[in-house]
Design a protein around this ligand. Structure first.
Ligand SMILES: [Zn+2]
Length: 88
């Protein structure tokens, strides 16, 4: 499983498709034709936001959640925890 290395919600592919990034664990989906609701992978969920909306973490647009994180019950869930420095 690939994990994102930057704070993004979508990764464009060279072939013009997109990959979704889970905003909780950073898991990257397989490539899709679009990031629309009707085209997200099975088990993923989407919180739609305008493409121009910018979140405090710097990411833009809609949020995506992978199937594993949709099932998590370890509240409170830290979003983008994979980007945090855990050394300190
Ligand atoms: Zn996830």
């Amino acid at each position: 499983m690939r994990i994102a290395t930057e704070v993004v919600n979508l990764i464009p592919t060279k072939s013009g498709r997109v990959q979704l990034v889970c905003h909780i664990c950073g898991r990257i989906s397989g490539s899709r034709d679009t990031a629309r609701f009707s085209d997200i992978p099975n088990g993923w969920s989407m919180a739609p936001y305008p493409a121009e909306s910018v979140r405090p973490d710097g990411s833009i647009g809609s949020l995506y959640t992978c199937p594993t994180c949709c099932d998590r019950r370890d509240f409170p869930i830290m979003t983008r925890a994979y980007m945090r420095d855990t050394a300190g």
